[in-house]
Ligand binder design. Structure first.
Ligand code: LMR
Length: 336
């Protein structure tokens, strides 16, 4: 009998000990992304990790997996929904396959005439409304991170719309980008980011569009001959978290993480501006690719060829979303 009581007492002590050990286990948050750690997104993910871990006194551990190490495009959204990873920061061009084509709004060529209009959208009510539409998919939006205004690269010079005709170019999984490329006579090919370098190297594609920091850090200059500074469209990220996981966090942790994310977001947006500004010189300094501005006339011609994509994509995106951006632009005196 005594032995039984002893065993029961020992069992309780062990259970309590393991419960307290469990209570001390940090909450692990896996944050997966597809770009290099040295990009604005990569550095901001590290900043978020550092802020979150310090301010929760180690109750939260953030594991950042850059460079498609954990999941690549086409896999990561499903992993998030299944709870295999908790945070992602995909390009807004990658939400269409999830059943959220309104995010392809960001892909419309020339939709954001400048950063001011862009931030009126991402930091304003429209950005919040877009985030609300994520919830039905079991996802919560935490912030918008800029990547930059895009440039076009290929193995032949791209000046006028006619120069694009017949090229095979890699795009992200967005119907708007598909329409944009087709408007130029390009054969678009949807491809995961991690596969682009090799596809350029082997001639599977002739070119692509991307931000300057991505072009630089992926060393696309090694496998492309010409880089046209067209700035014809925008690319940016939505930082997202699995909703169930997020709802299950203790309230104090949640608010500390929200604050850390706000700071990481401001950091990312400033850094992205700087890295885009410096990107041209850094790419030129490699001496591997010819970098050039297109002339004002060429810019007018490109714009003329691409603006009809807005109308064409109205039914995909929803006219109300496009009109809402036009309204933000009109508020600061911009007309299309
Ligand atoms: C791309 O696929 O080109 C980009 O979205 C990659 C990234 O996350 O910047």
């Amino acid at each position: 009998m005594k032995r039984l009581i002893f065993r029961a007492a020992l069992g309780t002590t062990l259970a309590l000990a393991s419960a307290s050990a469990l209570a001390q286990q940090p909450i692990v948050i896996k944050f997966s992304h597809v770009v290099a750690q040295s990009t604005p997104k990569g550095q901001a993910a590290e900043r978020f990790k550092q802020l979150a871990e310090t301010r929760t006194n180690g109750r939260v551990k953030i594991e950042v997996y850059p460079n498609s190490q954990l999941y690549k495009d086409g896999e990561e959204m499903e992993a998030l929904q299944l709870g295999a990873v908790q945070i992602l920061a995909p390009s807004t061009s990658k939400f269409g396959p999830l059943g959220l084509p309104q995010f392809e709004l960001f892909d419309l060529p020339y939709i954001f005439p400048n950063r001011e209009v862009l931030h009126r959208v991402t930091l304003g009510p429209l950005g919040k409304e877009l985030f609300r539409s994520l919830e039905a998919k079991g996802i919560v939006g935490l912030g918008y991170w800029d990547n930059g205004f895009k440039v076009m690269s290929a193995n032949r010079p791209l000046h006028t719309p006619a120069d694009y005709k017949g090229l095979k170019m890699r795009i992200k999984s967005s119907k708007v980008l598909d329409a944009q490329m087709r408007a130029l006579g390009v054969q678009p090919q949807v491809m995961a980011f991690s596969e682009v370098y090799q596809a350029m190297q082997t001639g599977v594609v002739d070119g692509s569009e991307n931000s300057l920091p991505n072009f630089l850090t992926q060393k696309f200059y090694e496998v492309q001959k010409y880089l046209a500074l067209t700035y014809h469209g925008y690319d940016g990220y939505a930082v997202i978290v699995n909703k169930k996981f997020c709802d299950g966090l203790p309230a104090d942790i949640r608010s500390t993480l929200d604050k850390a994310m706000q700071e990481a977001t401001s950091y990312e947006n400033e850094l992205s501006l700087k890295e885009n500004d410096e990107g041209v010189a850094k790419i030129k300094a490699t001496g591997r690719v010819q970098v050039y501005d297109i002339t004002p006339d060429e810019q007018v011609a490109l714009r003329k060829a691409l603006l009809p994509v807005h109308k064409e994509m109205e039914s995909r995106i929803g006219k109300q979303w496009i009109d809402a951006v036009y309204k933000e632009a009109a508020a600061v005196g911009v007309r299309y």
